[in-house]
Design a protein around this ligand. Structure first.
Ligand code: ADP
Ligand code: MG
Length: 243
């Protein structure tokens, strides 16, 4: 059982305060959706959690099973069990996808001898062409291939908590279904805890949220059960943007 506790988190970017007083607790196996309009601060939250340069935590804390995440460099946050699927996955010319996963397993002191077999099995589950693992990470991948590649990395590395920043942006319906279903499966197979960031509820058809939080203007203004996502489908964010 793992718990990620985000307490009263405030984050500034380039001297501008973007997030204020954000608190969330995510346990193993739970799916928390953070929904909000463009510019609300959703990607800022994911960047701050992973330690992206330029994102300054001005107050608050983030702990993973009591360990101060904010004191760790990004790679140690990853080996501690945090995993981010980025809204716009980074292309890394010259770094082969398979080698990147092998190095990531080594950094976790996990056996990488079965990696080829694991990649074949996992690639098949999400409809990813396993040949692509011999190419540079995300370079010249289509939008769907990029998100499938990111989902493949998640399923191979088996993190404790995954942050999905708009998994649904830039990919077609089939790829979204495959990726969202794979993450939903992981909540049961490896008890993965999930923070899923989106502004559409379409991906909830596969990945079922237990909690839905509305983030607007850098604050969480409402938290409720999955019914809140259904309400948002009808009303939009208008009722919450001036809270
Ligand atoms: P969302 O993901 O919810 O659409 P973001 O977290 O990307 O929102 O952005 C929140 C706000 O922070 C926006 O007003 C955006 O312009 C600003 N912002 C994000 N990143 C930067 C940055 N690197 N420099 C300056 N402003 C930024
Ligand atoms: Mg964003």
């Amino acid at each position: 059982m793992t718990t990620l506790v985000i307490k009263n988190l405030a984050v500034s970017v380039g001297g501008t305060q973007i997030l204020n007083d954000v608190s969330l607790t995510i346990n193993s196996g739970e799916v928390h959706a953070v929904m909000g309009p463009n510019g609300a601060g959703k990607s800022t939250l994911s960047a701050a959690l992973m330690g992206k340069p330029g994102y300054t935590v001005t107050s608050g804390s983030v702990t993973l099973d009591g360990v101060d995440v904010l004191a760790l460099p990004t790679w140690q946050r990853a080996t501690a069990g945090l995993h981010l699927i980025m809204q716009y996955p980074t292309e890394i010319p010259g770094v082969m996808l398979q080698e990147a996963m092998s190095a990531a397993l080594d950094a976790r002191n996990q056996d990488s001898r079965q990696l080829k077999q694991l990649i074949e099995t996992e690639a098949k589950r999400i409809g990813f062409d396993p040949e692509l693992v011999t190419r540079s990470v995300n370079v010249d991948f289509s939008g769907g291939e990029k998100k499938r590649s990111e989902t493949l990395q998640l399923s191979v590395l088996q993190p404790k908590i995954a942050i999905l920043d708009e998994l649904d942006s830039g990919l077609d319906i089939d790829a979204l279904r495959d990726c969202a279903q794979r993450v939903e499966d992981a909540t049961r197979e490896i008890n993965l805890g999930v923070l899923v960031i989106t502004h559409y509820s379409r991906l909830f058809e596969q990945l079922k949220p237990d909690f839905v939080h509305i983030l607007t203007n850098g604050r969480i203004v409402k938290s409720a059960g999955p019914e809140l996502a259904d309400e948002l489908e009808v009303t939009g964010y208008a009722a919450y943007t001036n809270v």
